[in-house]
Design a protein around this ligand. Sequence first.
Ligand SMILES: C[S@@+](CC[C@H](N)C(=O)[O-])C[C@H]1O[C@@H](n2cnc3c(N)ncnc32)[C@H](O)[C@@H]1O
Length: 299
Amino acid sequence: MEQDRWTRWLLEGRFGGDAEYAKEYLARLREVRDAVLDHRLKLVDGATLLDVGAGDGLIGFGALERMSQGGRVVFSDISRPLLERCRSVAARMGLGDRCDFVEAPAEDLGPIAGETVDVVTTRSVLIYVGDKAAAFREFHRVLKPDGRISLFEPINRYGLDAWRYDVAPVLDLAQRLRDFYRRLQPVDSDPMLDFDEHDLVAHCEAAGFIDIHLALHIFVRSATPQPWDRAISIPGNPNIPSPRDAMARVFSAEEAARYEAHVRPQVEAGRGVVREAVAYLAAMKPERPSAPPVEEASR
Ligand SMILES: C[S@@+](CC[C@H](N)C(=O)[O-])C[C@H]1O[C@@H](n2cnc3c(N)ncnc32)[C@H](O)[C@@H]1O
């Protein structure tokens, strides 16, 4: 299969080449998938669901499984190789005639006609989208009146300034590593960091949705023990180098050894605190456009 950045990330990069870890990771993702598909959705047999940024089909195939008596899924993504992968999985499962595959960005779902889908889902896609307001307008456009969206996004701004491990004795090095990543993904302009849960709600409402519900989950938990090699092989996301590559660029050999001597035992023992936030948002496209504000209506 042809590979691109997204295929490499979804099929390999995020697992760091560790099959056991991949299994645990995918089990956690299935929980997220179920939460997205359960969040105030009417996923009835015969419905058409559009999964935006479908990736390797986590949500789309989950939806087909639930609509066992019929129903369609439109897989859309900017990655042609991932769409081709979903197409061949669907064919292998005998589901090809219930699927469509559309190459389009979330901000411009042009090939999908207005008011043609019952449900729009998306997971961890808006974090890569610069114009999130446009994406919400597109979700609204393609939905039939009374249709619903359900999405999940990490809120990466949360806990950004905290340190996961005790880096006090190597603070100079930890700060340089952090500065390196911040130059690649500036907090105020990078699509992964420049929004929070309030922005999601505001974009959703501005696009014309109603019955908006956002659940913010914040986790402050002990770090899980991890093999050092795996921990430094996995980039935080597909747009940045792994810690191993970043350290090679930022540190001298002596500095890398000093950093590793201090941080590695903590990583391997799980002696750290992880702070994460994620948002689940559900909303409805009203049957009729919401009434204009009173001043406008009386003009
Ligand atoms: C982290 S993956 C999530 C994949 C899938 N939604 C899942 O839950 O496993 C992000 C996906 O978003 C897609 N993507 C990135 N930018 C996009 C954009 N502007 N519009 C649509 N999809 C995009 C990528 O190709 C990739 O498949």
